[in-house]
Design a protein around this ligand. Structure first.
Ligand SMILES: Nc1nc2c(ncn2[C@@H]2O[C@H](COP(=O)(O)OP(=O)(O)OP(=O)(O)O)[C@@H](O)[C@H]2O)c(=O)[nH]1
Ligand SMILES: [Mg+2]
Length: 363
């Protein structure tokens, strides 16, 4: 299974509603907390206009999008990290995800029960973040207890203990680990711990067209204005045409709140893709034009393994054309070659987003 984004939040904030709309799967969405018991997984295509453009020059018979998985996870409540609600098992579901979409209720409606009885998005955000933090704290503390019985003088054990103590200090200060500067080897060490606050996270604000909702959204936006956090305010229930847009405050300081009234689910998918630090490369020909998902920074040899393990085993080299060059030359291979825009790359080449690749291999 590929990369997974988990939709996380308090009960009854609209997670399953969003998930259903995105996947067209019919998951029960009821007006009572804990409606979602089993995590539901949806595989959603990452619509990328570049595929259509590439295939139009090659007259490809088929276009195959890459995809991303969404998990509809049941609501967390205060105390989940110590087992409240259906706490621990839900946290376990989040551990399996590569990124967290934190959904926050920003609409008033007396008919929709709120587990804490009033609508307060800031409090709700803090509750969820605190549970994620406490869960990590408990994982780290368990590790320290476990290492009591092994030789703490061993160099790698000592290093590990120091790192875990550093994590504990940050967590106790309320700092999620994704905000802490860690080295590549720290990340490598922490991988097996599946720490929740280390996972990339973005907020989805479930808003509506009413003024009070807009006030709530504005408040959340200003709360995070100095942080490098992606926030996506959406209206999922009113069926009003919108151009939803995501905001990353470091890139974009102003935002038109009147402009969130028509959902574009692909915004969520694209943001999820960005959050996971993924890139797309293409394989293209008359049979099919296809998009493939790769982690940023991966080599072309690794990329070849996505297509077939034989490609990776017998990898010789690859012919690479960047998407923009391909379009500039209208897909004319002869012109592309003459202009020197078809590069021959060896196994250490780092694949760039939009590369169109032809692998040469020997089995
Ligand atoms: N008015 C309004 N109602 C909403 C909105 N989003 C969801 N709802 C309703 O709120 C109720 C709960 O929605 P769900 O999508 O089941 O909530 P959930 O977050 O998945 O809840 P759990 O699975 O219990 O954690 C349903 O009755 C939805 O129809 C919204 O934006 N506005
Ligand atoms: Mg649900």
């Amino acid at each position: 299974m590929g990369f997974k984004c988990g939709i996380v939040g308090l009960p009854n904030v609209g997670k399953s509603t969003l998930f259903n709309m995105m996947t067209n799967l019919q998951v029960p969405a009821e007006n009572f907390p804990f409606c979602t018991i089993k995590p539901n997984i949806g595989i959603i295509p990452v619509i990328d206009q570049r595929l259509k453009e590439i295939s139009s020059f090659l007259l490809s018979k088929k276009i195959i999008y890459t995809n991303i998985n969404f998990f509809d996870i049941a609501g967390l409540v205060k105390g989940a990290s110590t087992g409240s609600g259906l706490g621990n098992s839900f946290l376990e579901n989040i551990k399996q995800c590569n990124a967290i979409l934190h959904m926050v209720r920003c609409f008033n409606n007396d008919n929709i029960t709120h587990i804490y009885h009033n609508i307060d998005p800031e409090r709700d955000i803090d509750i969820i973040n605190m549970e994620l933090l406490l869960s990590d704290l408990s994982v780290c503390e368990k590790y320290l207890i476990k290492t009591r019985i092994i030789n703490r003088k061993l160099e790698n054990v000592k290093k590990g203990i120091n790192l875990i103590n550093f994590c504990i200090c940050n967590l106790k200060a309320g700092i999620p680990l994704r905000e802490v500067i860690l080295s590549k080897s720290d990340h490598f060490f922490l991988e097996d711990f599946k720490l929740l606050t280390l996972k990339p996270m973005m907020y989805i604000l479930n808003a509506d067209i009413h003024k009070d909702s807009k006030v709530m959204v504005t408040k959340i936006l200003s709360k995070f204005k100095d942080k490098n956090v992606t926030i996506l305010p959406l209206i999922i229930k009113n069926n009003i045409p919108i151009n939803s847009q995501s905001i990353n405050f470091l890139q974009k300081k102003t935002y038109d709140l009147d402009n969130i009234s028509n959902i574009n689910f692909y915004d969520i998918i694209r943001e999820g893709y960005k959050l996971l630090k993924l890139i797309t490369f293409f394989t293209a020909g008359p049979k099919e034009t296809r998009a493939w998902t790769l982690k940023q920074g991966a080599t072309i040899k690794k990329a070849s393994g996505l297509i077939h393990t034989d490609f990776e085993k017998g990898f010789i080299r690859a012919q690479v054309i960047s998407y923009h060059d391909f379009i500039d030359f209208k897909g004319n291979m002869r012109h592309i070659k003459l202009a020197g825009k078809m590069r021959i790359e060896g196994k250490k080449y780092i694949v760039q987003d939009g590369d169109i690749v032809n692998f040469l291999f020997n089995v």
